[in-house]
Ligand binder design. Structure first.
Ligand code: ADP
Length: 553
């Protein structure tokens, strides 16, 4: 811009100077020419008057005078005098236009090529009293010479002016550009520059505001997007059309534990991952299951919704990795549980059916009938116990029983359970001891009374069932922290079974459990209730010495 302003400024001024100089030169030349004509005419008149008075001899006195050419021509055209040429050498001048015109009109002037001087010449001729013609001439080259001499000065002045203009143009350009360079574009309205800039600065201010608002909106949206994607539980991978990773969220990084840049294959090379990503990049949504780091992930891949490239292919793809380990395990447990339930129910039912068939056939002696009936009765009771436990578990699974949530006094619960189990303990020759809080102070926990009752009952019942004869069971309840401990001096649980006794239908000794009417679900119910109440469960056992189970709330 600076150069453009400078060039325009300089060339415009220079052109103005040059045109002015040219015009002045023309005017000057015209002036010199006019002056020369007047001079020649006046001279002709003065010399003519002198010749009229003194005769042709007067002309001899001006012969050596340098200046205009003076010629005296007789009325017949013979040259009588000429101060530049010998008259004898000159031809008859009657045919010269100015001479011919002066003879008829008294005076005449004209410009033509002089045959004598060989130059463009201005002539003025007057007719004298004796009829001869006096002619004064001046060559136009004289005018050029004068003009040329003056032009040198003009040119010098012109040069000085051009230098001045150059300096001036430079200064002016700086003066114009400096305020523009000093513009504060961040705060356009704070600038005090040319009025002509006001609309531009206002527009700039509007644009700045618009850009700032757009930037803020985009930043907010990006932050929102990032906080959503980075904190989501699912792994998220966004790919471009070439399969390069544009985004790998925190969770995906943790799942695959690799660099989150480059091609998606650098993240995971498994067939499952490759397959879904490839399909999505070709425009087809795909799903798959992937085992990674001991966990199971459900992969969901979809072509990018952002649009399609010119070749109809999607511009990218999005892959979601959902951790379905728990769900898969639950599904697995549920399937296993259904199988176990069917099996557990089938056993007593088969027994009942067998006994009933024999009885129906009438082959059972009358004396054995009560025995058979008792067996059917006990199998049916076992089935009912089983069904009841299954129902309890399924209730717990579905979160039922929580409606009765509230403060529960564990002291009271323990006492009630002890009362109900007193007879069973006596029958099993097991002494039951309860060590509650001092002065039987209530110990409250927030929870469900039926669930907590079930928990205490199952633990105490097991402690009696799997005890020795005689044996002891000690139930301890502390208030701070709230802990319930059931310790027995029974058969104990071998180390390898200790983890598994909480599994559904798991029994260390099947026949013993059946004999005591166990369903294999008691400890699973305990574990479930403990989990529901956010409590911690601990088992210590030594085979042949006894078992201690502690629940801390
Ligand atoms: P069950 O109905 O068979 O008692 P549980 O789930 O209550 O089922 O217990 C699972 C298994 O754990 C039992 O079959 C038993 O072998 C063992 N068990 C539970 N409690 C005790 C205990 N106090 N002492 C020794 N073994 C126990």
């Amino acid at each position: 811009m600076r150069t453009t302003i400078f060039k325009n400024f300089f060339f415009l001024s220079a052109a103005a100077i040059l045109v002015t100089t040219l015009l002045i030169s023309v005017v000057m030349y015209k002036g010199f020419y006019r002056d020369m004509r007047v001079e020649v005419e006046q001279e002709a008149k003065y010399i003519g008057a002198a010749v009229d008075l003194n005769g042709a001899s007067y002309l001899q006195t001006i012969e050596d005078i340098r200046g205009d050419r003076v010629t005296l021509i007789a009325s017949d055209g013979t040259v009588v005098f000429d101060n530049r040429q010998k008259p004898s050498l000159m031809e008859n001048h009657l045919d010269r236009p100015e001479v011919a015109a002066a003879l008829t009109q008294g005076s005449s002037e004209g410009v033509r090529m002089s045959e004598t001087l060989g130059q463009q010449t201005f002539y003025h001729a007057i007719k004298l009293a004796d009829g001869s013609i006096l002619r004064v001439a001046n060559t136009t080259s004289n005018v050029y010479t004068v003009a040329a001499i003056n032009l040198v000065y003009v040119a010098l002045i012109c040069l000085v002016m051009l230098i001045l203009i150059w300096l001036l143009a430079k200064g002016q350009t700086e003066a114009i550009v400096a305020p523009i360079n000093r513009l504060d574009l961040e705060n356009p309205l704070s600038n005090q520059v040319y009025d002509e800039f006001s609309p531009l600065l206002r527009k700039l201010e509007q644009q700045n505001r618009l850009i700032q608002e757009t930037y803020n909106t985009l930043k907010r949206e990006r932050d929102e997007f990032q906080s959503i994607t980075q904190n989501m539980n699912e792994g998220l991978i966004v790919l471009n059309g070439q399969g390069e990773m544009l985004l790998v969220n925190k969770r995906a990084g943790a799942i695959f534990g690799k660099a989150a840049t480059g091609h998606y294959l650098t993240l995971n090379r498994s067939a499952e991952f490759r397959e879904v990503a490839e399909k999505a990049l070709q425009g087809t949504p795909a799903e798959s299951q992937l085992s990674q780091g001991g966990r199971i992930y459900h992969l969901l891949a979809a072509p990018s919704a952002a649009g399609q490239g010119s070749d109809g292919q999607p511009e990218g793809a999005v892959v979601l990795a959902l951790d379905v380990t728990e769900k898969e395990e639950t599904d697995h447990l549920r399937r296993e549980f259904s199988g176990n339930v069917s099996h557990e129910l089938k056993t007593p039912l088969t027994s009942i059916l067998g006994y009933a068939e024999i009885m129906k056939a009438g082959i059972v002696p009358q004396a054995d009938m009560p025995d058979f009936a008792a067996k059917i009765y006990s199998e049916a009771k076992r089935m009912i116990a089983l069904v009841e436990d299954i129902l309890k578990l399924s209730k717990l699974d579905e979160g039922l029983g929580e409606e009765a949530h509230g403060p529960v006094d564990l002291q009271e619960v323990c006492k009630g359970v002890m009362n109900r189990l007193e007879a069973a303990a006596e029958a099993a020759q097991v002494s039951l001891e309860f060590d509650g809080t001092e002065g039987s102070q209530p110990v409250y926990v927030m929870g469900s009374l039926p669930m907590l009752d079930e928990l205490v009952f199952n633990l105490c019942e097991n402690a009696i069932k799997y005890n020795k004869r005689p044996g002891q069971v000690k139930v301890t309840l502390t208030a701070e922290p709230v802990c319930l401990t059931v310790a027995d001096t029974g058969i104990g649980i071998a180390r390898e079974h200790q983890e598994r006794v909480f599994e559904r239908f798991y029994r260390v000794d099947k026949s013993h459990s059946k004999m005591t009417g166990g369903t294999g679900l008691g400890l699973s119910i305990v574990k479930h209730v403990v989990k529901r109440h956010g409590a911690a469960l601990e088992l210590e056992s030594q085979q042949g010495k006894g078992t201690t189970i502690r629940v801390c709330f």
